[in-house]
Ligand binder design. Structure first.
Ligand code: PGA
Length: 257
């Protein structure tokens, strides 16, 4: 059984006190009505992780970072290592978000190194893939995501995949209010399972959790999450307010068998 995951990517939002407040409201909602079938994870900016780890301590809210460096330590001004994330209380990390790829020029070899280093350090990874609008219009969606699986996950074995979740995030749907239809997302999720089988090992695809991301909101969450191959959501805009984030968690609970 693939347990659903609702993950909130805060991006560059919330100061430390604002983040602590948001985390407190999520924890309090979790305590009032603990979701039985859904994992909840939050990814605040690095600088808030330590303070927020005190808030989520003892609760079921998972805490992670939005990125990390590909080295354990060294002369990499402005970067953060996996051991630093762990020492601040983070257990998860997002790797290969399209904003990192587009604005910070992260390529497959960096992403591959980061994923391997995160797993080596026992951080659980959410690995993001997805095509741009131009690529979709040229009918290249499948080629692009297959390529990302192939190169970003190079050398990974079946046992690594237990600690890795994939997030399919079509770039044209991120922060644009344009969501992939449930059918469009389902089609690519099913394709990604085959891609994981082809790249990693037969049978791993159906065990791997694959989240959808890109303008997920309370209004469209249920339709997306009820698709057979969509195992949760990576939420940006709608996770910045506890109420709307919580509605998405409830939608996941509702559709989980
Ligand atoms: P969005 O962001 O929900 O604001 O589209 C999703 C993401 O980038 O992870």
């Amino acid at each position: 059984m693939r347990k659903k995951v609702i993950a909130g990517n805060w991006k560059m939002h919330k100061t430390i006190p604002e983040g602590v407040r948001l985390a407190k409201s999520i924890v309090s909602k979790m305590e009032k009505k603990p979701p039985a079938k859904t994992e909840v994870q939050i990814f605040p900016p690095y600088i808030s992780i330590s303070a927020i780890s005190q808030v989520v301590k003892g609760s079921k809210v998972g805490l992670g970072a939005q990125n990390m460096a590909w080295e354990e330590q060294g002369a990499l001004t402005g970067e953060i290592s996996p051991t630093m994330i762990k020492s601040a209380g983070g257990k998860y990390v997002l790797i290969g978000h399209s904003e990192r790829r587009a604005y910070f020029k992260e390529d497959a070899s960096m992403i591959n190194k980061k994923i391997k280093l995160a797993l080596k350090n026992k951080l659980k990874v959410i690995h993001c893939v997805g095509e741009t609008l131009e690529e979709r219009e040229q009918n290249l969606t499948r080629d692009i995501v297959l390529n990302q699986i192939e190169w970003d996950l190079k050398d990974l074995k079946a046992e690594h995949m237990r600690n890795l979740v994939i997030a399919y995030e079509p770039v044209w749907a991120i922060g644009t209010g344009k969501t992939a239809t449930p059918a469009q997302a389902q089609e690519i999720h099913a394709f990604l399972r085959d891609a994981v089988d082809a790249v990693i090992a037969e049978g791993v695809g159906k065990k791997t959790r694959i989240l959808y991301g890109g303008s997920v909101k309370p209004e469209n969450a249920e339709g997306l999450l009820s698709q057979p191959d969509i195992d949760g959501a990576l939420v940006g805009g709608a996770c910045l307010e506890a109420g709307s984030f919580w509605k998405i968690v409830q939608a996941a609970e509702k559709v989980s068998k």
